[in-house]
Design a protein around this ligand. Structure first.
Ligand SMILES: NC(=O)c1ccc[n+]([C@@H]2O[C@H](COP(=O)([O-])OP(=O)(O)OC[C@H]3O[C@@H](n4cnc5c(N)ncnc54)[C@H](O)[C@@H]3O)[C@@H](O)[C@H]2O)c1
Length: 311
């Protein structure tokens, strides 16, 4: 499967590139799109290409190279770049910069879809790209995995409209492990209707919100199989817990990336379900797994529950 990666030069874009480079499920990076390509090209137009990293964009781009052997600034080639430095790169295209061995374009309209044999788009960019992204995906009948967050109501309407034409995967959290944890917690809570449920989440000391959105999503999942049982966040002072409430507790400490534990127990036994995140790369892993899942799917709106469904 050949992927067009939107937001290729961002933090998550780099994680996706790294995974594809490591051979994830035999997938390949066909090309990228990133708004910052324009500034790289503008800078390059005023510069004789040399072998040093001359600005932040070059540094970002060089870090995102897909070919480790060519990770140097001279491989961020524009049309003005030297032929020598581009010899190991993708076919030259006046609209693109060459990063590693693929073209990265500033806009979707510049991407030669057929020529590149693109099978699916994976997007980790900015919600302002929603219109261009969905218009492009629909016009080219390409499945779309949309991981960008923060869409306005108008942009969400565009996503829903596009999903009537193409298979569109849209999730606020692409952690496959968390999606499975929620399913397991729901299943366990339903199979043990007498058990009390407590969720404990742990994150680094810089996190502002508590409890985490993920812990609340787990709690809502459990509540949905327990007759909409109430969710209690935090516990202090006097007062016994009610049998039915779902407790959510937050711990903040050091550099913990993210731990979620679901304790489901009676007086006589406890099941503990635990997920531990090691790095943000897990979202890249989930988005590529979603792209894989989308192969051959009919138009529609898909999310993590479809991918990890246990029915
Ligand atoms: N759903 C999830 O599980 C999940 C996980 C992590 C991040 N995200 C989301 O992914 C997005 C990207 O995160 P990040 O940390 O990589 O951000 P980032 O700022 O590091 O990268 C975003 C990239 O998108 C590019 N960009 C901006 N506007 C664009 C446009 N109109 N068209 C194409 N490219 C454009 C930027 O130049 C940049 O390189 C954010 O919305 C973030 O919230 C979602």
């Amino acid at each position: 499967m050949r992927i067009l990666l939107s937001g290729m030069l961002g933090h998550m874009g780099k994680e996706v590139v790294n995974l594809l480079e490591s051979g994830f499920r035999g997938m390949e990076l066909a090309a990228g799109v990133d708004a910052s390509v324009k500034s790289i090209k503008d800078d390059k137009a005023n510069e004789v290409v040399n072998n040093t990293c001359s600005d932040k964009n070059d540094e970002i781009a060089a870090n995102a190279c897909t070919d480790r052997s060519s990770r140097k600034a001279s491989d961020v080639c524009t049309n003005q770049a030297s032929q020598a430095s581009s010899s190991a790169c993708a076919k030259k295209d006046s609209h693109a910069v060459i990063i590693g061995n693929v073209n990265c374009y500033a806009e979707f309209s510049q991407v030669p879809v057929k020529e590149l044999g693109i099978d699916c788009i994976v997007d980790f960019s900015h919600h302002a790209a929603t219109k261009d992204l969905t218009d492009f995906a629909v016009a080219n009948r390409l499945p779309l995995v949309l991981a960008t967050t923060g869409q306005t109501d108008e942009e969400l309407a565009m996503i829903h409209a596009a999903s009537k034409e193409i298979p569109l995967f849209f999730a606020a959290n692409y952690s496959v492990g968390i999606a499975i944890l929620i399913e397991l917690a729901k299943k366990t809570a339903a199979l043990m209707p007498d058990a009390e449920v407590e969720i404990v989440e742990m994150h680094h000391d810089r996190k502002l919100d508590a409890p985490s959105g993920t812990a609340l999503a787990i709690a809502r999942g459990v509540s949905s199989v327990r007759n909409n049982a109430p969710i209690t966040t935090g516990r202090s002072g006097l007062g016994k817990r009610t049998k039915e409430e779902i407790g959510v507790q937050a711990v903040r400490m050091g550099n913990i990336v993210g731990i979620h534990e679901v304790l489901i127990g009676t007086n006589n036994q406890t099941i503990t379900l635990k997920h531990e995140a090691h790095s943000r790369a897990l979202f890249a892993e989930g988005a590529l797994a979603a792209a894989d899942f989308m192969a051959g799917k009919a138009p529609g709106l898909y999310d993590m529950t479809h991918m990890v469904s246990m029915k």
